[in-house]
Design a protein. Sequence first.
Length: 252
Amino acid sequence: MGRVIRSQRKGAGGIFKSHTHHRKGPAKHRALDFAERHGYLRGLVREIIHDPGRGAPLASVHFKNPYKYKKDRELFIAAEGLYTGQFVYCGAKASLTIGNVLPVSALPEGAIVCNLEERVGDRGAVARASGKYCTVVGHSDKGTQIKLPSGKKKIVDGTCRATIGVVAGGGRIDKPLLKAGRSYHKYKAKRNEWPKVRGVAMNPVDHPHGGGNHQHIGHPSTVRRDAPHGQKVGLIAARRTGRIRGAKKVED
């Protein structure tokens, strides 16, 4: 019987919890209401802020509450080109301008969008990382077909909302980190996941890949789906392994 391995310890939380104390809050669309379904609302971008642990900047947008005398402050994922003092419009009758939020059924084919809802009213789930975007492929009776950042195509309900444009902060990973100190500060803001000791560098008691006179796994790295948790490392329930050869086929 070996030790409880690292992947098992992560499930308990403890030292592996995310570092959320300085984060600004959840970035979401407005809660879906009558005003957005049948018209539009105007919001003002008050500031664009950095959210620790997130590559994309956030926009603090202020709306007049349509039902009470107060202001609603929303945190949106900033689209590239958004600026402070800009008016953004949310709703079915909003115009096709960068930063505006519209239902995908109102968008033309080929439109570039981000922070797309997967289900109506979930307030944004797809294409939220810096530089990511979805493309509207076409409309049908079943819904609207969207090309996801992965290249996969998916049909979503036509009333699902999305922000026009690409998420700001693109090209972030083009610059190499170069030194350990930068990685340290990058992951310090996220959670305890760096530095990461390789399994083959451990002893047999610490990891299924540990031990041996040379650093080698010693058996296939694929592992079955129903393996016990202390054994479940490597390529879990892999359908295929090895290099991906040939051109990637994307169906239009």
